[in-house]
Design a binder for this molecule. Sequence first.
Ligand SMILES: Cc1ncc(COP(=O)(O)O)c(C=O)c1O
Length: 488
Amino acid sequence: MPQALSPVASKLTARDRSHLIHPWAEFDTFPSEPLLPIVRAEGAYLYDVDGRRYLDAVGGMWCNNIGAGRADMADAIAEQVRTLSFSNIFVDMTHPAAVELAEKVTSLAPTGLEHVFFSTCGSTAVDTAFRLIQFYQNCRGRTEKKHIIARHESYHGSTYAAQSIAGKAADRIPEFDFIPDLVHHVSAPYDYRRPAGMEGLSERGFVDALVREFEQAIEAAGGPGRVAAFFAEPIMGAGGVIVPPRDYLRRMFEVCRANDILFVADEVVTGFGRVGHWFASEDLYGVQPDLLTTAKGITSGYVPLGATLVSDRVYETISEPGHGRILTTGFTYSAHPVAAAAALENIAILARERLLENAREVGAYFERQLATLLDLPIVGNVRGCRMMQCVEFVRDRETRELFPEEVRIGKVAVSYEDITVNVGPYGRPPGGFLDGEERETNFVFEETTTVEELVEALRTIGLETGMIIHIIKAIDRAGSLYGTLIVQ
Ligand SMILES: Cc1ncc(COP(=O)(O)O)c(C=O)c1O
């Protein structure tokens, strides 16, 4: 039997439904499916309104890299609120936290990214990159050079521009409009599900084919004279933790350089430690982006903040004196002092506690252990990089057929002894969370008879060893579970 909601949870749920609109709300099921009211977090654990404890399966939302509820963060934030709770940096204003953070972030960034524009989140960081690219091309008199190439299955955020650049098929629904004409998508470097015609190729052949497709897309958009920028997450996150084949990113970067196309690395997820480096582009892939967007781990989610880093080359062009130019873009909360203070303390913690090194060490172990899930008949593919891992579930390993959407394979909660692992930011599975006797009857894998195997495998990864697991984010439509571990 599903667990009954307590009176407190029921009341909160009813009030929520009356007024609150949820991101990615599924309107058909929203009125009837239970919500999960979380009221407290500490370290890697979340606590619901009824006092149940959950491992934070998603690291917040890929954003918590240092653990929740830290006193050092609370102190730094409180101190900034007492000293300067708000001041803007429009035109000729500034404040010390903004300056210090700009110095810090650019010092950690890939080569050449010496300038930074702060915004409020990943979406506004991407939106800002999009606008800066237009500004840059117009400054150069390249007014025709405006087309953007991105990848299918990419996610870049939720503003109009960011969602238009993003290529996740499931998000391109007919009820929303997207920027027409200007944005084009090429295949993701998705080795497990290669695009038609690329299946049998060697890894090198696969990369060659992807690069060829990119070159063809440039031509189809009107040639290099019309293509402004290429957007890429170094490791694709929301599209299913797609780790590119060796050399792919560098080869795409070389095409960009050869064709005067800006390379934009979207490091909203991969920045600040999740993959064991401050940023992935240069350290993991040898790429020096022209622009880089980041957010999430920059404050570990304590306070919202986004950043768009810009290369010297781009900055020199847009800021060239003598043209009477004004950069008419920005947000009231650009470089918000409290967000800047939170970011500075978060970065100090990541360094002080050697969490990047830790992510590399624990990540290697996590990768090995997660690979053991391949024994399970419903696991088609396990992939990822350090604290960014994904288990892709399939109904049939031979054909790689996904489970039908009704199974909601990703919207699963696993209960093991007194710990519930919350697998998905979207709330409870239809049957409610599982506990003891109820596990068998409610578990959505029931028909696969692999429940215990899966629980056992998860246990060996760390539930019993006490290793902190931030596993698993679900994507229902892609039939994937993501695993992310907190970096601690
Ligand atoms: C790669 C990437 N870019 C941009 C975004 C948007 O960030 P936000 O949700 O903070 O606006 C996300 C969010 O998950 C992301 O994964």
